[in-house]
Design a binder for this molecule. Sequence first.
Ligand SMILES: *Cc1c(COP(=O)(O)O)cnc(C)c1O
Length: 397
Amino acid sequence: MPGFELFGDKERKEVNDVLDSGVLMRYGFDGMRKGHWKAKELEAALARRMQVSHVHLTSSGTSALTVALASAGVGSGDEVIMPTFTFVASFESILMLGAVPVLVDIDDTLTLDPKKVEKAITKKTKVIMPVHMCGSMADLDALKVLCKKHELLLLEDACQAIGGSYKGKPLGSIGDLGCFSFDYVKTITCGEGGALITNNKAYYENAHKYSDHGHDHIGIDRGAEAHPFLGYNFRISELNAAVGLAQVARLDEFINIQQRNYTILRDALSQIPEVTFRRVPEGGEENYSFLNFFLPTEKLTQKAHRKLGENGVDGCFYWFDNNWHYYRKWQHLTEMKSLGKLPEEVVKSLPDYKNMDFSASDHWMERTISCLIKLGWKENETQERANKMVMAVRSVL
Ligand SMILES: *Cc1c(COP(=O)(O)O)cnc(C)c1O
């Protein structure tokens, strides 16, 4: 998946434009810039590719999530539904605003189970935040029905699924808001960076102000701007945006390579009757950044995962035991360890994360292996890898 694998002259040229003008900031300095507006150009390129009217870049995917929630007015006491399988950024971005992360089970899509989502909705619920983990999406039609029925917002975390689609629409563009990450290991990278996308003008207006100290960006002179509300600094720099501008032009090229490599591995593993694959909702098209499959039992899955490593197949993950991506290991969340004291009101409204039944998530996660798809693999290398994978999995069955 990582865009850092295919790096070159185009990225260098864009960065050099910025260095030559000396304007490393995305706002102002019009006279010095020599016409270079890398952040603005990247926003325009993403808007075209994602078929949305508004894009706003941020300093990271995590800050994009925070800015997206803030832009829609999410705050203290509001509940945001998120999956048990995700990245820690999901609850970080929610807690940052004093809102309450409500963890909900996943199903065989490895994303939010719509039936469990409906059960978790309360009077305080404001947002459903599906996370399109490892390249594939949640059942977005089912979640949209719930959002309509209960007047909730749909915020897609598409940080790991850029370039994928659902019923012909780019992932991220289907909800009220969508977020991407361009950190160093994502499909396309800025080094660090993120973006939120929306067709809602009010959210967009809020987002660009909020992510730049609440400055209203009206008029020419920085320093003369008004502040309609409090903000923070979640800006991206021109240097990071310049890298992203070169990378976004290659998104479809990257997805095609991922699809080729994914298909070689999948075809090989399909020969093993005990192997089943993660369900992709009808009408969904993955971005092929990972191949995700299930084995019949937890024991066999652990054995197969170990064997893959021993056979030199790197980049295969057993998320069930992973500290970053699965709720079982999020002790800092369950014990609410913070540097400073959290506001009483936030602490009071949090559920008892330690005593929750997520056995339905465990049922899928304990049997899941996810293999990263690299851009740099040649076709014959991928075939060799596929053979090694089949041997490793067969040997433990
Ligand atoms: C990477 C990632 C994020 C956070 O992005 P950063 O740019 O690293 O802050 C959020 N959600 C998911 C699912 C991610 O994979």
